[in-house]
Design a protein around this ligand. Structure first.
Ligand code: HEC
Ligand code: HEC
Ligand code: HEC
Ligand code: HEC
Ligand code: HEC
Length: 232
């Protein structure tokens, strides 16, 4: 029987499958992209149900980030604290501050408006659903909160300080040395060149960048840049 299809057509199903596959991934990403509200812009600073100040609690009172964001170095997701964490102190401190009314409503059974519901903090940083991100993978390799969230210790009201775009992620993945710190310094928001001599006596290592380069080699820090790293 004569072959009615030209020879190249044997490959066509594969070519089509290949194209559809590629388009499929593109469509999934594109839909995810356009369906995600674009709240993630630098400067985004929603007002919160309680005017909670990081400046007071971190800079003035000296609390560590992990006192409240207790999962940040052990899981992919960084939690925002529950009312219990605040209540530990505020059942004793600033008890009558009107700013704390929502906390009393949530935690204080003797408060007239008590409803026991969690405080509804407005989320600021949110990666689109098609992006995979992991906090502990960064924090435990020497990347500080400060590199990705700015000077939170100075913020009266939290805002987005960095773009969190794909290009921004990749910039650091290509040259992490600019941001790498000794693990002891990840939560120190005053880390600077003056701290470097504590970690290296080498003549050539005097700035945080010198130390970052050294740490990169020493601990083989190699962030990946393949698509599948961040898009599973
Ligand atoms: C006493 C508890 C407490 C401490 C300590 C604390 N935080 Fe927070 N943090 C909160 C609360 C509550 C919120 C949610 C309300 C807000 O955004 O202000 C928050 C919000 C944030 C957000 C924004 C979350 C979002 O919605 O995207 C970031 C980023 C953040 N904190 C980083 C830090 C860093 C970095 C430190 C250490 C320097 C720190 N926090 C210390 C309680 C705390
Ligand atoms: C370790 C104890 C401690 C924890 C935990 C704590 N605070 Fe405070 N907070 C204080 C102290 C002390 C002050 C007063 C600081 C001052 O007046 O200089 C304060 C002040 C405040 C104020 C300002 C009150 C006013 O009227 O000026 C607010 C609002 C507040 N805290 C909210 C919170 C919230 C919300 C949480 C939980 C996310 C929290 N705090 C967790 C100790 C704490
Ligand atoms: C490499 C960059 C990077 C580092 C380092 C980093 N974060 Fe984040 N953070 C992000 C991104 C991206 C998001 C949004 C993640 C998402 O939507 O899943 C985020 C979200 C958050 C949130 C909001 C989570 C929520 O569900 O409301 C908090 C709180 C937070 N980070 C705190 C911290 C603290 C504290 C540190 C330091 C101990 C830290 N981050 C270090 C990039 C980073
Ligand atoms: C300031 C530097 C920096 C920024 C910004 C950054 N990363 Fe990373 N990332 C790293 C480093 C360092 C590692 C760890 C590499 C290693 O362990 O060798 C890493 C590792 C990862 C991993 C691998 C985690 C695992 O489980 O193996 C993922 C996924 C990732 N980053 C996603 C992101 C995404 C998504 C963003 C942007 C929202 C981002 N990163 C922004 C420095 C950064
Ligand atoms: C280090 C993490 C990381 C890697 C590696 C990465 N991406 Fe992304 N990608 C992101 C983040 C974060 C966003 C969301 C950006 C935003 O919300 O603005 C994104 C968004 C996208 C989007 C949506 C459109 C856009 O540009 O905002 C597409 C398409 C995409 N990525 C494709 C890819 C492809 C193809 C690769 C491999 C060549 C890749 N990504 C590698 C983190 C990464």
């Amino acid at each position: 029987m004569a072959n009615i299809f030209p020879r190249w057509s044997n490959l066509l199903p594969f070519k089509i499958a290949f194209c559809l596959g590629t388009i499929g991934v593109g469509v999934v990403l594109a839909v995810g992209y356009y369906a995600t509200p674009k709240a993630q812009v630098v400067g985004y600073q929603p007002s919160q149900p309680i005017p909670f100040s990081h400046k007071i609690h971190v800079e003035q009172l000296g609390l560590d980030c992990r006192y409240c964001h207790s999962f940040v170095d052990v899981s992919g997701h960084s939690n925002v604290p529950s009312g219990n964490t605040c209540w530990n102190c505020h059942q004793h401190v600033q008890k009558d501050s009107p700013k704390l009314a929502p906390l009393h409503r949530s935690m204080n059974v003797n408060y007239p408006g008590y409803d026991g519901k969690p405080i509804e903090w407005v989320r600021i940083h949110k990666a689109p659903d098609y992006v995979y991100f992991d906090h502990s993978a960064h924090v435990n390799r020497g990347i500080s909160c400060q590199s990705c969230h700015g000077d939170v210790n100075q913020m009266e009201v939290v805002y987005q300080a960095e773009p969190h775009s794909m290009g921004w992620c990749l910039d650091c993945h290509r040259s992490p040395e600019k941001h790498l710190r000794p693990l002891e310094e990840v939560f120190n928001f005053h880390y600077g060149d003056a701290d470097v001599s504590k970690y290296s006596k080498d003549k050539g290592v005097t700035t945080t960048l010198d130390l970052g380069k050294k740490l990169k080699e020493q601990f083989s820090v190699r962030p990946k840049t393949t698509c599948a790293t961040c898009h599973h």
